[in-house]
Design a protein around this ligand. Sequence first.
Ligand SMILES: [Mg+2]
Length: 380
Amino acid sequence: MRIADLRAVPISFPVPADKSVRLGIGRSVKRDSVLVRVEPGEGHVRWGEAHHGRCPGAVAKLIDTTMRELVLGMDAHDVAGVWARVFKMQLASHGMGAAAALALSGIDIALWDLKCQATGLPLHVLLGGSAKPIKAYAGGIALGWQAPSLLAEEAQRYVADGYRALKLRMGDTPARDIARVRAVRLAVGEEIDILTDANTAYTLDDVRRVMPAFEECAVGWLEEPFPPQDRRAYAMAAKLGRVPLAAGENHYTRYEFATLLEDGHVQFVQPDLSKTGGVTESMRIAAMASAQKLTVNPHTSATAINMATTIHFLCAVDNPGYFEGDVTALNPFRDHLADKRPYALDEAGCVRPHAGVGIGLKIDTQFIAAHPLIEGPCYV
Ligand SMILES: [Mg+2]
């Protein structure tokens, strides 16, 4: 089976002011994604998801031009071969850095779904796994910067929905962040795992200031206090307290994860399948983390494709951590892109992969056509 055609379809929707959330990277004003449409010589079109990289039009252009030329006519089942060719020709030299990794991720996810269709298997089975329960936390663009009492109320709603863990957005001032964590701990009790995410907005001094209170509140992890390049800051922050550090959603390919793991300061590894190189590369990263007895806790991207694929992936590795449930108030890409939602939470706060071939979703092309690209930044 050959790759007969490959196209990017960037999609967007505006976020109204009353649904906007503020976090360490700004205030959300729209959501974007870059879907990747792969057409085999025979059989049906399959879809992948590339993260928008805050510039969905540029990522789509890269796919439609350079990436398309690289992979047209290749064996669609040779996902490792496609991956290696794109890496050699685009990422290894000159090649657009993060944007190329995002684009490659979308292609790889679509090719895995194509392989599933050809074999008639669910993705987790094809990858060597089983439909086991995966514990989930309430995440996505939610639990943002707001008054502690309002945040505590929001947290209680997710606990009432069945979540046994949730992630608060930090990266504001240490004093305000501490007040939020304390209010939520008081509201949800001792049994709920409280995770925190600074979205790269902390300084070392901020970490020093929040750490004692976060320890006292039994915070499960502090995610991305700094940008991924700040390796020395991660090394120093890891010595500032007992709350473990998490990172990985802005680390691309196994090569950047190799450095992260060698440094040894991060205890929770968080590849995003739509950013770091797709299913193929995330399986490699999971194996590298497994060798250090660390779990993988993937970052969730915008659409049902990434979410469903991530659950299948977690069911196929021997070191699954949390699935990031998306509790964003308004996300039609999660709810209406496919014939059903990407997951359901059970009474134990866990998710399972959909049964059926591939990721178990049927993509609605009319929905895609109704959500064309909106240019401009998604956070301001
Ligand atoms: Mg994060």
